[in-house]
Design a protein around this ligand. Structure first.
Ligand code: FDA
Length: 320
């Protein structure tokens, strides 16, 4: 119920103005967002990389309404990729013996197709995404397509398959709460196919998505079983201790070497657990958002977990 209310507020410009102008918001935003500029994102990425963590960077923004804005988002990613390269963050990580630990670079980027104009013109979003994939390939790293609400799933998967013709390492997110996702996992479980499996963060009707948490968790495990039992490259994106334990179990069961999959978590969420998994020898990639368009992202984080709302409320109360 609370989740529904917060997700509804994520689409409200009036509530956005209220939250953005609240004096404590800055502190709360900083817990989940690296900052507003690419310099902030680079600083945070360097710190994470020094702790042995990999990174995927997200320039915040979604649902772009003008071609000019879509173009600006693409240009921001192109600049970011160059900056990551200059900072030495796009080179592959290595094991102590010097051999590559993962086939992918320390820092890659995540993109939302709606930020590149998907709702205006699919072809425009594809062209921008392709340019970003080219810029990433040039500096030796990869791109992963975020997944947004269910109305965009077919279009996103279609654009993915076109991008993979030239850039086969392009990754995609699949959301376990969607009833279709088990079938999508099968479809996308080819060799080296980079699939980030998450629970799903949008408000969806029961016709397309499982309504209760247990059903979502069971679907997550079924999808995980498919990805871990094939030659895909699963990116296990969850903070859920039970699902992390099940993933570790499946890795043993299917005899998967640590470099054939990775865990992923969001910046600011369970940082100790992120380091614990690195200490165990697993790859852990942290999703690091930055930029000024943080409002919908923050609201989805609050909706996920009542404790996050309590954190916000406590911060508000302490400033009164
Ligand atoms: P959930 O939120 O159900 O939490 C389960 C349990 O995890 C909790 O009961 C608690 O034990 C523990 N936990 C969670 N948060 C904690 C905290 N702050 N401190 C301590 N314990 C905590 N979604 C989407 O729709 N499209 C996308 O493209 C992406 N992309 C994406 C990338 C990455 C790297 C991640 C990690 C996530 C996404 N998501 C996403 C978000 C995702 O769909 C989901 O909303 C969140 O990850 C929350 O779901 P969890 O699996 O973490 O479990």
């Amino acid at each position: 119920m609370l989740r529904e209310v917060i997700l509804a507020a994520a689409g409200s410009p009036q509530i956005e103005r209220l939250v953005a102008n609240a004096p404590v918001t800055r502190d709360v935003v900083h817990r989940f967002v690296a900052g507003t500029t690419s310099d902030d994102a680079l600083r945070v990425s360097r710190d994470l990389a020094e702790s042995g963590l990999a990174i995927t960077l997200d320039h915040l923004g979604e649902d772009t309404r003008t071609p000019g804005r879509a173009e600006a988002n693409r240009a921001e990613y192109e600049r970011l990729l160059d900056a990551l390269h200059d900072a030495g963050l796009t080179s592959s990580r290595t094991q102590p013996d010097g051999s590559p630990a993962v086939p992918y670079a320390t820092a890659e980027v995540s993109i939302k197709l709606s930020a590149l104009g998907q709702r205006l013109d699919e072809k425009l979003a594809y062209e921008h995404a392709k340019a970003i994939c080219a810029a990433a390939a040039k500096v030796g790293t990869t791109v992963t397509l975020d997944m947004e609400d269910h109305a965009t799933t077919d279009s996103t998967l279609d654009i993915l398959s076109r991008l993979r013709v030239d850039y086969p390492s392009t990754g995609v997110v699949l959301q376990a709460y969607l009833r279709r996702t088990e079938a999508d996992c099968r479809e996308l479980s080819g060799a080296g196919s980079r699939v980030r499996l998450c629970k799903g963060a949008y408000r969806e009707p029961e016709t397309v998505a499982f309504g209760n948490r247990l059903e979502v968790d069971k679907s997550y495990v079924r999808c995980l079983n498919i990805l871990m039992s094939t030659d895909a490259y699963p990116m296990i994106a969850t903070h859920d201790p039970r699902l992390v334990a099940i993933a570790e179990d499946r890795a043993k069961w299917f005899d998967r070497a640590p470099e054939t999959f990775e865990f992923q978590m969001l910046y600011g969420v369970r940082p100790d657990e992120q380091l614990r998994l690195v200490d165990l020898g697993y790859s852990m990639r942290v999703y690091v958002p930055y930029g000024t368009q943080w409002y919908p992202y923050l609201m989805r984080r609050l909706a996920e977990r009542p404790a996050n709302v309590a954190f916000f409320a406590r911060a508000l109360a302490s400033r009164k």
